[in-house]
Design a protein around this ligand. Structure first.
Ligand code: ATP
Ligand code: MG
Length: 425
């Protein structure tokens, strides 16, 4: 029987994981520049952590949860997103305490789980990189966070991402708009898709960003949130726009954009890129000032975003922006005969302890095959250990490119790899 991975999951093999490491490394470096620190929360949470915060009417909670009852009969779910767990942790660990520096700027990266129909760019285990900043209601925080994502795309070399910006305003503005939307959509109910007829009752804003043709048509003339903003909402949105402009970050206002999650207010945004005739959202986020309080913490403004790593890699791949990382080994030790076997082990260990990379043959192969391995590993230096070398403790070491060579003692290999590499490069 051939066992296979579950549907919608991926094995990330070494050639591919090198690409992940490239992106993750760059992200860690960049986020540190913005004074973000990493938080690692569990892969699974109590079901309520997600269901109560993400919203009972979202696709995530109604259709996509990987939930189960554990052996202690606890209702558990694999985490489908990062924000709710981070907020849970923020409150549980009292990061709101006055002695903790504000704002608290946290980032995470890791697997998320959603029971979805797998297709291109849509998996059941996928990965997100996300950030959350707690404690600032300053629109400068909105803009700094958006600018960080923008900076990331620039650093990766991605050119054609467009920032889509919208606001949901204060809870009061959002509620007024919600009612206006219900009033507008109710007479059109029969023209809506089945899903949107349900959304109209439960979560009418979500009809706006439905992907169904009939829904798109129906909302074409829908009222705009921008006409329902109170003074505070307007001021916040204007400040965000001014600061984006001051930083030279282009954007389009997209009043049909809402968020799948229920806890947003004020600024929301997405970075969208064209991919094979489709629009692909690669990063999405916004402000969620009510969520910490909802989790039982003190009222705390917050702002964050999540970014799909698979989608990011897909874009980088399509645009040829992933550096080719051919392996680069410092030393390859070819091994001839049983006497050299344990000596080769001792020497590669000594080389590695000096901070260099080393590999050796363990398969008793012909020299020609061993040299081929050295080539494909990109070995800088190569040496061959046979009976004579083991006897004399002297070996010829060769630059695998220039063919320049010299004699070195085993002691030199054990203590002076830096000098040897210097002389042969
Ligand atoms: P969509 O409308 O595409 O389903 P969403 O609203 O469910 O997106 P979010 O919950 O905002 O997405 O998640 C943020 C990002 O995570 C998305 O923009 C996307 O890049 C990524 N993402 C979400 N679901 C998946 C998935 N099943 N497989 C791969 N990436 C995903
Ligand atoms: Mg989704």
């Amino acid at each position: 029987m051939l066992l296979q991975k579950p549907k919608g999951t991926q094995d990330i093999l070494p050639k591919e994981s090198a690409r992940w490491q490239y992106v993750e490394g760059l992200v860690r470096e960049l986020f540190a520049q913005y004074n973000y620190a990493e938080i690692r929360t569990p892969m699974f949470e109590h079901y309520e952590v997600i269901s109560r915060s993400v919203g009972d009417t979202t696709d995530i909670v109604t259709k996509e949860m990987y939930d189960f009852y554990d052996k202690g009969d606890r209702h558990i779910t694999l985490r489908p997103e990062g924000t709710a767990p981070v907020v849970r942790s923020y409150v549980e660990n009292k990061l709101f305490a006055p002695e903790v520096q504000k704002p608290v700027k946290l980032y995470y990266m890791g697997p998320m789980f959603r029971y979805e129909r797998p297709q291109a760019g849509r998996l059941r285990q996928f990965h997100q990189i996300g950030v959350e900043a707690f404690g600032s209601s300053n629109p400068a925080t909105d803009v700094e966070t958006i600018a960080m994502a923008y900076h990331l795309f620039a650093k990766l070399g991605i050119a054609n991402v467009t920032l889509h910006l919208n606001t949901l305003g204060t809870p009061a503005s959002r509620a007024a708009y919600r009612q206006a939307l219900i009033d507008y959509l109710t007479p059109l109910k029969d023209q809506l898709s089945k899903d949107s007829q349900r959304r109209l009752a439960e979560n009418p804003l979500r009809v706006l960003d439905s992907k169904e043709k009939e829904d798109k048509l129906a909302v074409e003339k829908a009222p705009s949130i921008l006409d329902y903003l109170d003074e505070e909402s307007q001021a916040h949105f204007e400040a965000v726009r001014e600061m984006l402009e001051a930083l030279g970050i282009p954007y389009v206002i997209d009043t049909k954009m809402v968020r799948g999650l229920d806890y947003y207010n004020h600024t929301i945004f997405e970075f969208i890129t064209p991919l094979e005739g489709n629009e692909l959202t690669v990063c999405a986020g916004g402000r969620y000032d009510g969520l910490v309080e909802y989790f039982g913490g003190p009222a705390t403004p917050a702002f964050g975003f999540g970014l799909g790593v698979e989608r990011l890699l897909m874009i980088l791949d399509k645009q040829n922006l992933l550096p080719d990382r051919t392996p680069r080994l410092d030393v390859y030790v070819a091994v001839l005969g049983p006497a050299a076997n344990s000596k080769a082990l001792e020497l590669v260990q000594a080389i590695r302890k000096q901070g260099y990379s080393a590999e050796r043959d363990v398969l008793d192969r012909k020299l020609k095959a061993q040299f081929k391995s050295a080539d494909s590993l990109g070995a800088k230096l190569i040496l061959t250990l046979g009976d004579t070398e083991v006897d004399t403790e002297v070996v010829t070491i060769k630059n695998n490119q220039s063919r320049q060579e010299m004699q070195v003692t085993f002691d030199q290999l054990r203590t002076d790899m830096t000098g040897i590499l210097d002389k042969l490069s």
